[in-house]
Design a protein around this ligand. Structure first.
Ligand code: FES
Length: 129
């Protein structure tokens, strides 16, 4: 009887630990993508974040992260350039706001998805929902 009780409590404790670990991992959506020092001011950088293709832009101490796909014809935005605070697509020249992803010029009119970014201990992390 005592062994059965012990096994019962051990199983209950194991389930509690599993539940807590699942909560912790659900909350940890930020993914490490690169060292901040590896980003060059104004130079676009393509990274893979858990299978998501993302383009990073460093502007001073700020880093922006956007889906690496133009909303016009799905061209990789990381092949474009950053100029006057705008992310420019190399294929047809559409411009996007790096903060909001909003399309600022034709031929694109739909926004690009953006990702929250944080820099911790010199490491750039982006949040993937
Ligand atoms: S694919 Fe980007 S502007 Fe056309």
């Amino acid at each position: 009887m005592r062994i059965n009780e012990s096994l019962f409590y051990a199983a209950a404790l194991q389930q509690i630990i599993i539940n807590h670990l699942e909560e912790i991992f659900k909350m940890s959506k930020f993914i490490r993508v690169c060292e901040f020092s590896s980003l060059t001011e104004g130079v676009l950088r393509a990274v893979d974040a858990a299978g998501h293709k993302v383009v990073l832009i460093r502007d001073g101490d700020q880093v922006y992260a956007l889906k690496d796909q133009c909303s016009h014809e799905e061209f990789p935005l990381s092949e474009g350039w950053y100029e006057d605070g705008c992310l420019c697509c190399a294929f047809h020249g559409a411009k996007f706001d790096p903060k909001t992803g909003a399309a600022l010029s034709l031929p694109a009119y739909e926004a690009i998805a953006t990702y929250p970014v944080r820099v911790q201990n010199g490491v750039v992390e982006i949040e993937i929902a």
